[in-house]
Ligand binder design. Structure first.
Ligand code: MN
Length: 325
């Protein structure tokens, strides 16, 4: 690692490369897409040949971001000089792109998730950072690049995605200062918040209605909502329409753990967890998932009743371990 710190080490690796493959995690969220687009634009301005990809395509909601259509789901035909993975808590999150990323002569891991081990030759992993976007902004600084308004918009979108619009506990002075800097160089906060958090099809509103009517308390502190494939079929909503639904019941009075189970394939349940002062990352990782202390996720397979009871047991255990509210 260079003595100036990991952002400079990343900058040097970028300067030394001609071709760069940048990738973010599957089911890319705002931080993944925004960080990827900003870094892509920065690299293009430096004259690099850039290939930007996510293992699964960015959701339609990100269409307002410039050049989002340039993100492919394919690995580059030829190995790039440098590969940079963004916002991945482990190389496994690169799914189908993992081998192509790891095949590059130099691999950089830029991320802010809490996890066991980093990967790659250069690790710029700061679990305390509010978003990967914060680290990408540091790389811009290390490269001496002034951000364009499109880059600022992409990073601002990433920042509000991971801080819930500057509402979550990761809303640090650093995150707020970066937000201000990004608005100063052209990010549009109203458009970013509206497109990211509010605009949605009617089918998504109907799906949220089903999620809320299915709310079942396990006890006074654990609340579980379930959306089956039948719910998606009946409403016509897409899988990604569940974004944000869990936050609409997370703060029901007295609740310390909220869980949303959504069926992505028959008997395959994508579990989102939110803890109010309760570590849910450990629950997610016990099922092979991961995430942040108070916002994590995992996949559990099996019939709903079995999945629910396994999850409930783990959640009750996490609650027992947690400090009193
Ligand atoms: Mn992130």
């Amino acid at each position: 690692m260079s003595p100036e710190g990991p952002a400079s080490a990343v900058a040097h690796a970028i300067e030394a490369a001609e071709t760069v493959f940048i990738a973010a995690h599957e089911n890319p969220d705002g931080d993944a897409v925004g960080s990827l687009l900003a870094l892509r634009s920065m690299l293009l301005r430096l004259g690099k040949e850039v290939h930007a990809a996510t293992p699964t395509a960015p959701p339609e909601r990100f269409a307002f971001l410039e050049s989002v259509e340039a993100i492919t789901t394919e690995a580059p035909a030829e190995s790039a000089d440098l590969a940079i993975a963004l916002d991945c808590d482990g190389a496994g999150r690169l799914a189908g792109l993992k081998n192509a990323v790891l095949a590059s002569p130099t691999v950089v891991d830029i991320d802010h998730h809490r996890r066991e081990s980093a990967f790659g030759d250069i690790q710029y992993v700061v679990p305390g950072a509010a978003a990967t976007a914060v680290l990408v902004a540091e790389v811009a600084r290390a490269l001496d690049l002034q951000l364009t308004s499109a880059e600022a918009m992409a990073l601002y979108t990433a920042l509000i995605a991971d801080t819930g619009g500057f509402r979550f506990s990761n809303t640090s002075p650093e995150a707020l200062r970066l937000g201000a800097d990004l608005v100063e160089v052209g990010a549009d906060p109203e458009t970013a918040s509206r497109e990211l958090f509010s605009v949605r099809p009617l089918s998504a509103a109907h799906l949220e209605g089903r999620a809320l009517s299915s709310l079942q308390p396990v006890n006074s502190q654990i609340l579980i909502s379930t959306l089956s494939l039948a719910d998606f079929e009946a409403t016509g909503a897409l899988q990604e329409a569940t974004d944000g639904i869990i936050d609409s019941f997370r703060y029901v009075t007295g609740v310390r753990i909220a869980a949303l189970l959504k069926e992505s394939d028959p008997d395959v349940w994508q579990v989102s967890l939110r803890g109010n002062g309760v570590d849910v990352a450990s629950v997610a990782s016990s099922f092979g998932g991961g995430g942040h202390t108070y916002a994590a996720g995992c996949t559990i397979e099996g019939p709903l009743a079995v999945v629910r009871s396994r999850l409930t047991e783990a959640l009750e255990h996490a609650l027992m371990e947690a400090p009193d509210a």
